[in-house]
Design a protein around this ligand. Sequence first.
Ligand SMILES: Cc1cc2nc3c(=O)[nH]c(=O)nc-3n(C[C@H](O)[C@H](O)[C@H](O)COP(=O)(O)OP(=O)(O)OC[C@H]3O[C@@H](n4cnc5c(N)ncnc54)[C@H](O)[C@@H]3O)c2cc1C
Length: 291
Amino acid sequence: MTLPGTLDEAVAALAAMPTAVPVAGGTDLMAAVNSGLLRPAGLVGLGRISEIRGWQYQDGAALLGAGLTHARMGRPDFAALIPALAAAARTAGPPQIRNAGTLGGNIASAAPTGDALPVLAALEASLVIAGPGGGRREVPVGRMLAGLDMLRPGELIGYVRVPLLHAPQVFLKATGRTGPGRATASVAVVLDPARRSVRCAVGAVAPMPLRPFDTEHWVSSLIDWDGDRTLAPEALAAFGEYVAAACIPDPVPGHSAAPTGDGPGTLPPAVLHLRRTVATLARRALGRALA
Ligand SMILES: Cc1cc2nc3c(=O)[nH]c(=O)nc-3n(C[C@H](O)[C@H](O)[C@H](O)COP(=O)(O)OP(=O)(O)OC[C@H]3O[C@@H](n4cnc5c(N)ncnc54)[C@H](O)[C@@H]3O)c2cc1C
C-alpha cells in the first residue's frame, strides 16, 4: 500500500497506478475485500494526509477535510458548527466504525444508508475534488449523489464545503433495531434564516437523499422569520405527511409494483410503515428545529 503525505501526492500515486483504489478508514472498502466483492490491484492510503483531517473557515463556509472521522465530527466543537452533521456522525455505526470511517468515504461509497448524505443534501454542500496536476473542481453534493457529476478516474474528494447557517438544524434516524444500526429512514432539517427557508432531505428510502422541494417552500412560507418561528402542531403534522408522501408516493392506480398490496394503487404494509416513519421523523425534526 502507498501512503502519500499530501492530497496531490495521493492523486499522483493513483495516476501512476490506475488500477489502485484509494482507502481512507477502510470500513466499507475492507468489508468489500473481505467478502470477495473487490480485489484491488493496489491501495493508496489516505490516512497520513493531515491536510484533510481537520477543517477551516472560508467565506462564511466550513471547508471540511474528507479525512474527518465520524468520531471527530461527533465532538462538541464540531457540533457547535454543524449540528446536524455531528448528530449524523454520532449515529454512524458502532464506535470502531466511527473511529475509522471518514466523511469522504461516506460520500464516495454513496450508500443509501450513508448518514452524512441527507445532511449534506439539506445543507446544499459541495465537494472540492482534487485531480491530476494539482487541479481542483467543485461539484454540488446533490449532483454527485444523483449520478450527474461523478468522480472521474484518478480523482479524490479533498474537501466538503458546507455553508455555515448559524441556525438550528436536526438529524433524526430510525433503525430496525436498538443500538447502532443502519438507517431504515433518516431526515435532516435545516433552517436558513438568511434565505427564509426550511430545507429537508430524507435518507435511506431511495438510492440517494430526496428533497421535497414543494413542501419546503410551503412550510417556509408559514413561518414568521422575524418573529417567534413557531408552527401549530397541525402544521408540523402536515409537514411530516407531505414530506413522506413526496418521498414515498402513492402508486399510480393500475400500475402498482407492490407485490403484497391490497390491490392496484395500494402501498404494501411495509412501505406504508416506512412512510409513517418518515412522516414522524420529519414532523419531529422540524418541531425540534423550531423549538
Ligand atoms: C458494521 C458497519 C456499520 C456501519 N454503519 C454505518 C452507519 O450506521 N451509518 C453510515 O453512514 N455508515 C455506516 N457504515 C459505513 C461506513 O462506515 C461509512 O460509510 C464510512 O464513512 C466509510 O468511510 P471510510 O473512510 O471507512 O471509507 P473506505 O472504506 O476507506 O472507502 C469507501 C469507498 O470510498 C472511497 N474513498 C474513500 N475516501 C475517498 C476520497 N477522499 N476520495 C475518493 N474516494 C474515496 C474508497 O475508494 C472506497 O471506494 C458502516 C460500516 C460497517 C462496516
